[in-house]
Design a protein around this ligand. Structure first.
Ligand code: TEU
Length: 528
């Protein structure tokens, strides 16, 4: 049944628009990615995950697909994709691609047909207005406003959980499910190793279209300014029928050797663990899931402990995927700025992440200690940013180009990049850090090499230690080997009397003394 390579793997997320441009039009592309894969292999990742590369009008930068079986010309061709996969495999990197199955673009021919009541009339979610002409219920879109948009051609509303231009596919319709399974088969046969499933918990909606209950706003929620936050999303997401479709997907993947499904579960903290667990337990649905809880502002030992223990308590045989940054959230060095200097937080964060039980994800640029780019309103492209500025600046700040060197466009492009590279980011480039043993990049390489060589870190079970704040400590235990992992999340030194062992790994500002362990600010140590 294959090697289960994904268990404990390190997945490096590439945002194709911003990784490497090979044509000079200022937009990254597949040929560019292929040329830069050495960097990812050298870093010590096991796999890449590509954000969407399919035909798209790019209203949501590719998360609005107009043809599920082709590459958008801005990124290249299917032949370029095959070359990318071949090169990745040559370097020992697996390839995970994004699949956005919950909604399509409104420019997809299916939607045009559905709107005029053609053969695909039930491929999207259509509903009549209330007697007064208003939308069928109170559901709110993640990107603001009602989830329902009026289509005069059809005299009905259609559902969109995200942008108006992202109509929700009706996955309750078996024909739509069959089509999507066929799309997955198309890419599996092309050699991809797995899928990252966008908004996997939004696949099904309540068939009676019941109103969502009101809820007390949660300050940790993203986006912070939206009526979306005022609802408990009981009826427009997480429907039990989701599991049936996921089971069909899993059976398809099981026809192939060693492929995986990792689902994105955008959910309020109190429900996230439950859903991630339900979706990954028992080898019948997803292989892995991730939520937004490690992608938020919380940075405390208790938070990390609660997430990891909470997950494994709920799903002892499930499997999580943890990450601190991605293309949807403010970069973690900026988000956690009050806990230490960018370089120190970056090093501490990867030390922790790579010690966690689960699969881990790294978002391009974080290996340089990259911070969020401050953009002007005129520079924005992201719809929620344009809509909610300045309370919410959208997601462009974490999507600016990868910074390869100190040259004019950062080695990213010979032309003007689609989003600017600004000075604080420009200084943190690959060329400058490559041969500096004290750089963030060097620490990432050391840390990932340490994890790869350590069975305890990749596969050991975790037990959390009772230590004074702000120290996070746990052991990872596998077949007779116990590794104690200790991290100081604060900016003052701390002493842990009575703890002892032989230090191993890329220790950060820490040591074992005669009386115990000393952890400097943002320090980290592993003890055998
Ligand atoms: O994100 C889903 C999701 O839950 C996000 O809307 C998240 O809440 C938001 O981006 C703020 O962090 C996925 C993709 O990752 C995102 O890029 C897409 O815009 C979205 O789906 C719609 O496809």
């Amino acid at each position: 049944m294959g090697s289960n390579w994904w268990r404990g793997a390190v997945i490096y997320q590439i945002y194709p628009r911003s990784f490497q441009d090979s044509t000079g039009n200022g937009i990254g592309d597949l040929k560019g990615i292929t040329a830069r894969l050495d960097h990812v292999a050298r870093l010590g990742a096991d796999s890449i995950w590509l954000s969407p590369i399919f035909t798209s009008p790019m209203a949501d930068m590719g998360y609005d697909v107009a043809d599920y079986r082709d590459i958008d010309p801005v990124f290249g061709t299917l032949a370029d994709f095959d070359a990318l996969v071949a090169r990745a495999h040559e370097l020992g990197l697996k390839v995970i691609i994004d699949q956005v199955l919950s909604h399509s673009s409104d420019r997809h021919p299916w939607f045009a047909d559905s709107k005029k009541g053609g053969a695909k009339k039930d491929w999207y979610v259509w509903a009549d207005p209330k007697p007064d002409g208003s939308p069928p219920n109170n559901w709110q879109s993640v990107f603001g406003g009602s989830s329902w948009e009026w289509a005069p051609e059809r005299g009905q509303y259609y559902l969109h959980n995200f942008l108006i231009s992202q109509p929700d596919l009706n996955l309750r319709n078996p024909e739509v499910q069959d089509e999507m399974l066929d799309v997955l088969r198309f890419w599996l046969e092309r050699g991809v190793d797995g899928f990252r499933l966008d908004t996997v918990n939004y696949y099904m909606h309540d068939d009676q279209l019941r109103d969502n209950p009101a809820m007390t706003p949660d300050p940790v929620r993203w986006p912070p300014v939206s009526t979306y936050d005022m609802q408990d999303h009981e009826f427009d997401k997480n429907r039990p029928e989701n599991l049936d479709f996921l089971a069909r997907m899993r059976s398809l993947l099981d026809e192939f050797d060693d492929r995986c499904l990792v689902g994105e579960v955008g959910e309020v903290p109190h429900r996230a663990l439950e859903i991630m667990s339900a979706y990954t337990a028992g080898d019948a649905h997803l292989h892995m899931a991730y939520s937004f809880d490690m992608l938020g502002p919380k940075f405390s030992p208790d938070h990390f402990k609660n997430m990891i223990m909470g997950f494994f308590n709920a799903a002892p045989d499930g499997w999580p995927s943890w990450s601190f940054s991605n293309h949807d959230v403010q970069r973690h060095v900026t988000r956690w700025a009050k806990f230490g200097a960018p370089e120190a937080v970056a090093k501490l964060a990867i030390s922790m992440l790579a010690s966690f039980e689960g699969t881990i994800g790294i978002y391009q640029g974080e290996e340089l200690g990259q911070s969020e780019t401050d953009l002007l309103y005129e520079e924005l492209t992201d719809p929620p940013g344009l809509r909610f500025w300045p309370e919410n600046k959208g997601r462009d700040g974490c999507r600016t180009p990868m910074v390869w060197d100190g040259s004019e466009n950062a080695g990213f492009s010979s032309g003007k990049p689609w989003l600017p590279v600004k000075p604080p980011q420009a200084a943190r480039n690959v060329a400058a850090q490559e041969n500096d043993p004290t750089s963030v990049l060097s620490h990432y390489r050391d840390m990932l090499a340490f994890r790869r060589a350590s069975e305890a870190l990749r596969a050991g079970r975790s037990t959390f230690l009772d230590l004074p704040e702000p120290v996070l400590g746990f052991t990872r235990e596998v077949a007779g080997e116990t590794l104690t992992c200790l991290f100081n999340l604060g900016s003052e030194p701390v002493e842990l009397p009575g703890i002892t062992g032989t230090p191993t790994g890329p220790v950060l500002a820490a040591e074992v003394t005669k009386t115990g362990v000393k952890l400097g600010p943002n320090g980290a140590i592993w003890l055998r």
